[in-house]
Design a protein around this ligand. Sequence first.
Ligand code: CTP
Ligand code: ZN
Length: 151
Amino acid sequence: MKKELKIPRIKNGTVIDHITAGNAIKVLHILGIPKTSTFVVSVAMNVKSRMGKKDIVKVENREIDPKEVDKIALIAPKATINIIRDYEVAEKYLVKLPDEIIGIVSCSNPTCVSNSREPVKSRFKVICKDPLRIICYYCEREPEDISERII
Ligand code: CTP
Ligand code: ZN
């Protein structure tokens, strides 16, 4: 069966595929779109895939950086990152949830040491990967909505 292509192939850039359906908007937010980024972006949401539905984000002429990949892992744990060069998939890798999340989510406890004037980076322990649950290393507070707290 011929695969239906929702968005045209890109020449150069990054394709973030297998995003949890509905979370493409959050991925755009992580990539700074539209606020700080002016790269050409295409989005497909609720596309049929082998395992239900997924979202896809294609960013032209920009290769995603590791810090952004770490953030995407928090909201789309099954996402694949495809680096496209001259129409070919030059690199493909899965995002990975680390055991500790450092410096990318802020603690929801206003009196937490990671929110004080001290130069203490936020730090969370992953207590469950699916569904994702994290607790602050310092005060043990669990954020209600992780995606809302991505720095
Ligand atoms: N893609 C693209 N432009 C290209 C090449 C690939 O937009 N020039 C997109 C494809 O549409 C797909 C993703 O990048 O969404 C990965 O491409 P490919 O590895 O060829 O597809 P699959 O084998 O289906 O990937 P996977 O096994 O990861 O699902
Ligand atoms: Zn805390």
